[in-house]
Write a protein that binds this ligand. Structure first.
Ligand code: GAL
Length: 682
């Protein structure tokens, strides 16, 4: 059986760097960790040179002594492959392993993640070191699992080395078969980009206008993702040949230009996430008007949950942020580490590992603080870790419980990536995604993300009574058929402007808009426009409630011969009086088409009009500043109430419940202290 994330317990870990400290400190460090309730350490993710100090010379002396000590002390270890940091001897002898910028200039040694996924030479070096480590440590008693690399696609998620160029052509040949098919998909007749030989097809590098073919860019992002997935898959396959039964394979963090769902499905037992909520209090990132701040991490945690319903946090913030040249943020205030740990657990984390044990005294991250400061002296943060551990003992029955949501936001990688490269799409997408998340949080509506792919089945959607698919610009018949079946079976679907105007290659369709979504939404769009800057705020009147129609306006009309009904019309601009919101009854369900992007007030209006707000109103009266998260196991629900503010908040518990942390029955008005958390069972 797996040692962690096994549905049986919630536990703590930390990230440790034996190579940063004199070995004489290890025994006491491990003792102190165990005494604080830390059961596992992650090691070795950047330690290539400790294992292969020179080409072809492998030595495990260093990690043998650490791992044997860990085994002796009873500390569990997550061992990493070190492929995020190729050593200097390697990059000097084989510069082709390096990544390059858009102009093809190679990056230099001196930071991390400076490699490319496609260099055959790098792949071979990685294969060998992973094979050596996995065969050497596959049966080591201290090891409970493996982390592949570190934060795939962090720092760099674009690749322009020679090997990437070769691999990109290979990827395209596999995908299209013929140049004619590629020319068609990329619309290369436009601006005379037609290719006549595969050798002419390049990565989307630097151009004189700074612009690249959008269809090529879309394929490029798919290619980057494919490269990362294959790279991880190669490592996972090797590790699995050697590791003990029950030992897991994971990687940490979720980053851009990467289909994390495919990565998880193909190569991992579960995803682990790196949670740094303090970024929102950073000296350069602080936005007073942002209502979410550290609560915004719940959005990423919802993303992780869509990969692995029960997951781990490989790196949980435990100190101030800071590289020497950026990302400065203050130390967590008393209680914030507890709050952020509970935030992770509330969303489905059963393992929380703090980054890092002791703060490094050198290097780029010497201000990125861990639990302990440089000296390792006893401090407030380690006392907080001990306290968290003590509290977790009261929450053990929550282990393995699944986050419970009845509302979902649908996403898919084609649209995520199209929104990145297409400003028209991006402008509506980012606003709506931010607003929907914030609105659902403020109205205490637990929600899930569901990523649509070839494997998504009707049952995956049926567990939600309502799904938002805000701007499905790219639509396919397969996805539409799924949505039609979902609505026909009684589901409620809400779509926003710009739906259905592109095909899978990112080309605009010639069908009447919203293209493939017309029948389901009962909507026709004869005209559309960006909101003109001199128009100010365009509004929509929905039965007397005025809400904003932000960014872009599709001017709607109900499709004849459908069950479409106009619910609201534009209230300003030259198109005042034109339908802006249509509801179509379809089978047992209903589909809504809203002609604009969702700003925060609009998203909140939707939640109110559709009676989605406060789904647990019979149980709680909660202030906006507190998050409600729900996990469920064997029919028992666990409610997490999280106060992100530095002020005390009052929550009203309307029915008798059990307060798990305080181990007592509760009802009525209760105080949640600054950064306070309650976990209640019904
Ligand atoms: C993560 C990374 C760690 C460390 C940490 C703080 O992104 O995995 O190695 O760099 O951030 O910067």
């Amino acid at each position: 059986m797996r040692e962690i994330i096994n549905g049986k317990k919630i536990c703590l870990g930390t990230c440790y760097y034996p190579e940063h400290w004199d070995a004489c400190l290890w025994p006491r460090d491990l003792d102190r960790m165990l005494e604080a309730g830390i059961e596992a350490v992650r090691v070795a993710e950047f330690a290539w040179s400790k294992i292969e100090p020179r080409e072809g010379e492998y030595t495990y002396e260093f990690f043998d002594s650490f791992l044997d000590l860990a085994a002796e002390k009873g500390m569990k270890v997550i061992f990493c492959t070190p492929t995020a940091t190729p050593p200097a001897w390697l990059t000097e002898a084989y510069p082709e392993v390096l990544n390059a910028d858009k102009e093809g200039h190679l990056y230099r040694h001196g930071t991390r993640r400076h490699y490319n996924y496609n260099s055959p030479v790098y792949q071979e070096f990685c294969r060998k070191i992973v094979e050596h480590s996995a065969s050497h440590y596959g049966r080591h008693p201290a090891i409970i699992g493996w982390q592949i690399d570190n934060e795939l696609n962090c720092e760099n998620n674009e690749f322009y080395s020679e090997s990437d160029g070769v691999a990109f052509r290979r990827f395209l040949k596999e995908k299209y078969g013929t140049l004619e098919a590629l020319n068609r998909a990329w619309g290369t007749v436009f601006w005379n980009q037609t290719y006549t030989a595969w050798s002419e097809v390049c990565l989307p590098g630097k151009t004189n206008s700074g612009t690249n073919n959008p269809h090529q860019l879309l394929d490029y992002l798919r290619f980057v993702s494919d490269s990362a997935c294959r790279f991880a898959g190669m490592q996972a396959d090797i590790i699995r040949k050697y590791c003990k039964e029950g030992d897991f394979v994971t990687t940490n963090g979720i980053f851009g230009n990467l289909d994390n769902h495919r990565l998880t499905r193909d190569s991992l037992d579960f995803m682990t996430y790196d949670s740094y909520p303090n970024f929102s209090y950073g000296l350069d990132g602080y936005r007073p008007e942002d209502r979410m701040k550290d609560r915004g991490c719940s959005r990423s945690l919802a993303e992780v949950r869509s990969l692995s319903p029960v997951f781990g946090i490989m790196e949980q913030q435990s100190g101030a942020n800071g590289w020497t040249d950026r990302m400065e943020a203050p130390t967590p205030r008393p209680g914030q580490m507890t709050l952020w740990t509970m935030q992770s657990i509330a969303h489905g984390a059963d393992y929380v590992s703090y980054f890092r044990w002791r703060t490094c005294t050198f290097g780029t991250e010497m201000y990125w603080h861990g639990i302990l400061d440089y000296s390792g002296r006893e401090n407030r943060r380690i006392r907080e870790v001990r306290d968290i551990h003590a509290r977790l003992q009261k929450l053990q029955e929550v282990a393995g419980a699944r986050y419970l949501a009845k509302v979902a936001i649908l996403r898919d990688y084609d649209n995520c990536w199209d929104a990145q490269i297409d400003k028209w799409h991006g402008r509506v997408e980012w606003l709506s995604q931010d607003s929907l998340f914030t609105a659902l949080q403020l109205e205490h509506v637990p929600f899930d993300y569901v990523y649509l792919n070839h494997e998504t089945a009707l049952e995956d959607l049926r567990q939600y009574h309502t799904v938002f698919y805000p701007h499905a610009v790219i639509l396919t018949r397969e996805r539409m058929s799924l949505l039609e079946r979902y609505v026909a079976a009684g589901g409620r679907l809400i779509m926003g402007c710009r739906t259905g105007y592109k095909d899978i290659d990112g080309r605009c369709v010639t069908e009447y808009l919203p293209g493939l979504a017309a029948t389901l939404t009962g909507t026709d769009i004869p005209e559309y426009s960006f909101v003109a800057p001199d128009e100010g705020r365009v509004t929509v009147d929905w039965d007397g409630t005025l809400m904003e129609a932000a960014v872009f306006n599709d001017l709607l009309q109900p499709l004849p011969d459908s069950h479409a009904q106009v619910l609201a019309a534009y209230a300003s601009g030259y198109y005042a009086g034109t339908p802006a919101l249509i509801r179509n009854l379809y089978g047992k369900g209903e589909a809504y088409y809203f002609g604009a992007a969702f700003s925060l007030d609009t998203a909140r209006t939707f939640l109110k009009k559709l009676s989605l707000t406060e789904p647990y109103a019979d149980l709680f009266l909660l202030p906006e500043d507190c998050e409600l998260a729900v996990r469920e196991k064997e029919g028992r629900k666990y409610f997490f109430l999280l106060n992100y503010t530095k002020e005390e908040q009052t929550v009203d518990i309307k029915q008798p419940m059990r307060d798990l942390l305080e181990q007592r029955p509760v009802q009525g008005k209760q105080s949640l202290p600054p950064y306070g958390v309650k976990v209640l069972a019904g």
